[in-house]
Write a protein that binds this ligand. Structure first.
Ligand code: BES
Ligand code: MN
Ligand code: ZN
Length: 511
């Protein structure tokens, strides 16, 4: 299975396959095994037996002597001196061994990711981590593929471009082939989202993003509609037009459609796609602008999820809206105190041009009403308040009802994409009152800004439609060191959650 990428020329190409071979006999360059902690020291996990046998039962003792304990996140490399076909064995810590080999899927994804990440440039890597079930095989394959990701497009030195060439997941699980193929599909989407986030904003203006969406969506069998700046103006998309009017790179609205004949539910995903957020005339200080190329992470996730959903052929209808604009200051930019008329017909007083995400999103949300969706989910790098409240790795989830909010949080947890439920306190609504328009885009009270943004969005949700909002300001971009299968830079966060959510809403309940 080859994971190439449509639209963007990245050198990340890793094939993944399944093999039921014993870990002691597989022909590869590096072999990854799982190691758990135990009171008696590091303990080889299922899958490592063949390696241990080839090393005369000395794996645990050797690792112990190196100070390796088996803690989650720990990685150690040991040379095999010809005892195995592989030149190096990579031990990946799994933490405490679970009962009955029911290894946590996120532990497996992260272990595989960290191990493969430490093997950049290795042609062939075999993963002999615990993979007795198809779910575990998928987790190992997915973690490995995501850990192999590297954004090399803008590096000129050839030696810095070498990806891991080929991954082999060792597993005899029934259904393992399908599980690994599914992992490849998901990894391909996540890698595409990471590429889009990592791409310098000058190379990804709204029109280019729309073009990429058009090309790859057509290949995946999705319907595509792109509204350019003229169509947006004529169509009354005042939010997207207002945010985009300060940039020489005009805005776009992309609608992606996926339908399945057996579908009983229609989901609408709306993504914030600010290709660069300078703040506009309410200019950001330079330090806060540094990673604002990631402000299209929501649109990226919606796009990636739609591609994966189509490729997996899920039995559900999904429409995706990418609300694309560049937020720049200029003589044509919108001014603080301007009033715009959104697609819903409602007017918004723009008190702060840096609160632009909600302006583009409400046009997408209102337009999605025309698809009569059962559920609308919007995804956005929306507020610094999300990071203040929940940190860099946990998104905030708000919703029209408790059940949907809890469902999104639960589905995200199942994917290892941490999310936490947040309220929409009624008392924050009056802070958005405008003396001249229907609503203002900023609550002058800074506390609770993540929640106030959610309350703003809620005003534009079509009556009676269930709606959830995921604020991914922190998790969309990793400014710190890589960990697990997460690289520095774009993370692709929430893409897999959206796919899993669509899976939950399949015709037969995903059974
Ligand atoms: N794109 C930012 C939010 C953001 C901040 C994302 C940090 C990722 C990291 C958003 O458009 C923004 O500027 N929000 C303002 C809103 C405020 C002016 C109401 C914020 O949160 O400070
Ligand atoms: Mn902003
Ligand atoms: Zn923004």
């Amino acid at each position: 299975m080859r994971t190439g990428r449509a639209g963007l020329a990245s050198a990340y190409v890793t094939t993944v396959r399944l093999n039921a071979l014993d870990s002691g006999s597989v022909d590869t360059d590096a072999l990854v095994v799982g190691i758990s902690t135990s009171p008696a020291g590091p303990r080889p996990a299922p899958g490592a037996d063949g390696v241990d046998a080839a090393l005369s039962g000395g794996l645990a003792a050797t690792l112990g002597a190196l100070g390796f304990t088996g803690k989650a996140g720990e990685i150690a490399k040991i040379p095999t001196f010809g005892a195995l076909p592989a030149a190096v064995v990579v031990a990946a810590g799994l933490g405490e061994a679970p009962e009955g080999d029911s290894y946590d899927l996120e532990v497996l994804r992260r272990a595989a990711g960290a191990a493969v990440r430490s093997l950049a440039g290795t042609p062939r890597v075999a993963l002999a981590l615990p993979a007795a079930t198809p779910e575990q095989a998928e987790a190992v394959a997915l973690g490995g593929l995501l850990g192999a990701y590297d954004f090399v497009k803008y590096r000129t030195a050839e030696e810095q471009k070498a990806p891991v060439g080929e991954l082999t997941v060792l597993s005899g699980a029934d259904g393992g082939e399908e599980a690994v193929a599914r992992a490849a599909t998901l990894a391909e989407s996540v890698a595409l989202v990471r590429d889009l986030v990592n791409t310098p904003p000058s190379d990804l203006p709204p029109a280019r993003f729309a073009e990429i969406a058009e090309e790859s969506a057509a290949k995946a069998g999705l319907s595509v509609e792109v509204l350019d700046e003229t169509a947006l103006k004529e169509g009354g998309y005042g939010g997207i037009v207002g945010v985009g009017q300060g940039s020489v790179n005009p805005p776009r609205l992309v609608r992606l459609g996926y339908t399945h004949p057996e579908a009983a539910t229609t989901l609408a995903f709306i993504g914030k796609g600010i290709t660069f957020d300078s703040g506009g005339l309410s200019l950001k200080p330079s330090a806060s602008m540094a990673w604002m190329k990631s402000d299209m992470g929501g649109a990226g996730a919606v796009f990636g999820a739609l591609l994966a959903i189509a490729r997996l052929g899920l039995r559900v209808n999904v429409v995706g809206y990418l609300c694309l604009a560049e937020n720049m200051p200029s003589g044509s930019a919108q001014r603080p105190s301007d009033v715009l008329t959104t697609y819903s017909g409602r007017t918004v007083e723009v008190l702060d041009t840096d609160a632009e995400g909600r302006l583009v999103l409400v046009d997408g949300i209102a337009r999605a009403g025309e698809d009569s969706p059962d559920i609308i989910v919007d995804v956005a790098t929306l507020t610094g308040g999300q990071i203040v409240a929940l940190g860099w790795r946990t998104s905030g989830v708000m919703a029209s009802d408790d059940e949907l909010r809890e469902q999104v949080v639960e589905v995200a947890a199942g994917q290892g994409e941490a999310a936490w439920g947040m309220p929409l306190p009624e008392e924050l609504r009056k802070g958005l009152d405008s003396p001249i328009a229907d609503i203002a885009n900023l609550n002058p009270e800074r506390s609770g800004s993540m929640l106030a943004a959610g309350i703003f969005l809620r005003e534009f949700v079509p009556d009676g439609t269930r709606w959830a909002h995921i604020d991914i300001a922190g998790p969309a971009f990793n400014k710190e060191a890589p960990y697990g299968y997460i690289p520095k830079g774009g993370t692709g966060y929430v893409t897999r959650t959206l796919v899993a959510l669509a899976e939950r809403h399949q015709a037969d309940g995903g059974a």
